[in-house]
Design a protein around this ligand. Structure first.
Ligand SMILES: [Zn+2]
Ligand SMILES: [Zn+2]
Length: 458
């Protein structure tokens, strides 16, 4: 038996009898740099070539897999009952609009944590942002801690304990290019000495919880903690042993741990995925909240746990489905939306990304690539060129959209742009990509480019 992450799919196993892909919806199955491949999809191909069964396991399957099961291409094996027979926790929505919060927590959330702790139980406070605060700002001139290399803000991180001087206690870190700098003593633009931390990450939430619950044992788990070897396991072991009252952290806490005495989960800020420009954001958010919620009340003997979602959009349909633990309803509603606007799994996509010193160079390269692609297309489909417009794409054709700057247009000092290619079926897309790639390789260009089939980030 071979157990492993992505690369395990390539292990040579002459007597392979079955493949199991656990948490098949997890985006980390897709390698996002170097050779871009999806280990889950490779496993599916391997199983079909070797004629062995494959099981894709998940409480919140990817919409691609769910769609295949709905159409009968995959068999659906449902496990409707919770392990151990424990009841599913109830979901409560707290409307944050017009509320006074203490350290980002509504009074109801604080009361729920208090009550659980008084009964000798544990609480988990979830926020999907690590660091102290997402941005440092000057209130007098509007300066923000922008990264000089990326179109992103540098995040304030606490790197030393409270007793050290303010300038030694914090650093500014870019989560995209990892560039770091000391916190400026005064505003670089206007000299104002009062710079303020905007918003909250795990570290600041941990600090706030320590103030609200001064006698309780609080532990934090996020990627920064996990960087120290063995530290993440130490936090998890301590929580299991009952040496932690309140756990605070990112979705690292959501994965698979079974905290028997945990009865209250508070999701501090759940709105990030509701109105994102990334069409996969609601799917990811639903999966994360489902997983986080699944941490509460796993003990059959204990009362069902409470899951509190703090939000400014309590009536959003996503929360309705979540409250009913209705993955199927949520997934089907998402599929209906995607069918209407022509998104995967109803369309197949490939993304050509280009990076250069200037945005103009990157866009010019993609414009040239598009011309080449359209010329190839008109040879292949003499009846005329398929233009990309919703629903108007012919089944044997491929559509090349306009080159545009990427959502994060600058990363580590390079300007980035992208060109999306779409098709209603895989065979024409892949036939096109083969010829197109060959032609693109002929281009002598200083621009760095790569082609990503089934991109996860657009
Ligand atoms: Zn300023
Ligand atoms: Zn950066």
């Amino acid at each position: 038996m071979v157990i492993g992450t992505r690369l395990a799919v390539l292990a040579p196993l002459p007597a392979l009898a079955a493949i199991v892909v656990d948490e098949e919806h997890d985006a980390s199955y897709k390698q996002q740099e170097g050779v871009r491949y999806s280990a889950r999809d490779l496993a599916i191909v391997a199983a079909s070539q070797r004629k062995v069964p494959i099981v894709l396991g998940s409480a919140t399957p990817s919409l691609e897999s769910w769609h295949a099961a709905r159409r009968g291409r995959y068999g659906l094996l449902a496990l409707p009952e919770r392990v151990g027979g424990a009841q599913l926790p109830g979901l409560e929505r707290i409307d944050l609009r017009g509320r006074t919060l203490r350290h980002q927590l509504a009074p109801e959330s604080i009361d729920a944590i208090e009550a659980a702790l008084a009964r000798g139980e544990q609480a988990l406070v979830f926020i999907n942002r690590r660091g102290y605060a997402p941005v440092l700002a000057c209130e007098s001139c509007g300066w923000l801690s922008r990264c000089s290399e990326c179109s992103a803000y540098r995040v304030l991180h606490r790197v030393a304990p409270m007793r050290t001087s303010r300038s030694a206690r914090y650093r500014l870190v870019c989560h995209h290019c990892s560039a770091e700098q000391p916190v400026p003593r005064t505003c670089p633009d206007c000299g104002n000495v009062d710079l303020s931390a905007l918003g909250r990450g795990t570290q600041r939430l941990e600090e706030g919880l320590a103030e609200l619950f001064p006698d309780r044992r609080i532990a934090r788990l996020d990627r920064d903690v996990a960087r120290t070897r063995g530290a993440a396991q130490k936090v998890i072991d301590a929580a299991h042993a009952g040496d932690v009252d309140i756990l605070v952290g990112t979705q690292m806490l959501a994965k698979g741990h079974d905290f028997r005495r945990l009865t209250v989960v508070v999701a501090v800020d759940s709105d990030g995925g509701l109105f994102s420009s990334d069409f996969r954001a609601p799917e990811r958010m639903f999966a994360t909240l489902m997983q986080v919620a699944g941490r509460a009340g796993r003990d059959r003997a204990a009362p069902p746990g409470r899951v509190i979602v703090q939000t400014r959009f309590p009536d959003h349909p996503l929360f309705e489905y979540l409250a009913r633990h209705d993955y199927a309803g949520f997934a089907d509603s998402q599929l209906a939306e995607r069918r209407e606007v022509g998104l995967p799994p109803y369309r197949f996509q490939a993304l050509l990304r280009a990076e250069a010193t200037t945005q103009a160079e990157a866009l010019a390269f993609l414009a040239r690539a598009r011309e080449i692609g359209e010329a190839l297309q008109s040879q292949a489909t003499p009846r005329g060129l398929a233009r990309a417009s919703a629903g108007a794409l012919r089944d044997d054709a491929v559509a090349l959209l306009d080159p545009v700057p990427m959502a994060m247009s600058r990363l580590a000092g390079r300007e980035r742009a992208q060109l999306l290619v779409e098709a209603n079926a895989r065979p024409p897309l892949h036939a096109f990509l083969r010829d197109w790639l060959a032609a693109l390789r002929e281009l002598r260009s200083q621009v760095r480019w790569q082609l990503d089939v089934d991109p996860l980030e657009i």
